[in-house]
Design a protein around this ligand. Structure first.
Ligand code: COA
Length: 204
């Protein structure tokens, strides 16, 4: 077992996760699997890149996540209604996606989705591979019925990916994010029914 600042988790060797192999559009092989303790550094590097880029997250550079916090986050996703997966090129973490069911019992059938791909690997198929794995996991989950996400209204690349997996815009939060004294961006709320959900029009 590993214990850091109150986070306890299985040593990587204790619980080898299922691995799924995929190929990017140019044929580059990648691996997708649940995040392990040894991915904490790589996830922190990915987060640093995202906040330094400064375009697609509400967090500023000073709000970056450290590798110790990433280790705690990985441990916190070791739960039946949560998923934290990484895309790996060799040993390098080149993307991550999460699903996290609501804590409140009345909303526990809904899980929040998030995704990030490293700049160098964007628009090569990593996002589609991560999203496919996450949606398949949610569709097979016994209690999840719906996925939701929040996305900046100007993030057309992400919105197009989400729409291709069945997400639809359910609401718009005007001027939700402030980049500067007079610079705001709207935020979209998007939702997607899981395959077996009664709310899914395909099951009506
Ligand atoms: C958004 C993001 C996750 C997409 O992942 P990706 O690996 O770049 O995307 P993929 O190469 O798998 O492309 C998947 C789909 O995205 C869309 N897409 C990709 N590039 C696009 C572009 N330049 N313009 C519009 N849509 C685009 C297409 O629908 C594409 O479908 P296709 O596979 O049929 O071509 C990734 O670019 C990223 O991490 N961006 C920065 C962080 C971010 O925006 N996170 C989401 C916050 S809500």
């Amino acid at each position: 077992m590993i214990r850091i600042l109150g986070a306890t988790m299985n040593n990587d060797a204790d619980k080898p996760p299922p691995v799924s192999r995929a190929a990017l559009r140019d044929g580059t092989p990648i691996v997708i699997r649940r995040a392990l303790a040894r991915d904490a550094e790589g996830l922190a590097r990915l987060d640093h890149e995202l906040v330094s880029e400064g375009l697609w997250t509400v967090r500023e550079r000073s709000e970056r996540v450290s590798s110790v916090e990433e280790l705690k986050r990985i441990a916190s996703y070791d739960a039946p209604d949560r998923l934290l997966i990484v895309a790996l090129r060799g040993e390098r973490v080149i993307g991550e996606a999460t699903l996290k069911a609501h804590k409140a019992a009345r909303c526990a059938h809904v899980a929040l989705f998030s995704i990030t791909v490293a700049i160098e690997f964007r628009e090569r198929g990593v996002g589609r591979a991560l999203m496919g794995a996450a949606c398949a996991w949610a569709d097979a989950h016994p209690s999840l019925e719906k996925l939701e996400l929040f996305v900046f209204a100007n993030n057309s690349r992400a919105i197009s990916l989400y729409q291709s997996f069945g997400f639809v815009a359910e609401g718009r939060r005007d001027r939700y994010v402030r980049f500067g004294p007079t610079t705001y961006v709207d935020d979209l709320v998007m939702g997607r029914w899981c395959a077996k959900a009664t709310g899914n029009p395909r099951n009506a």
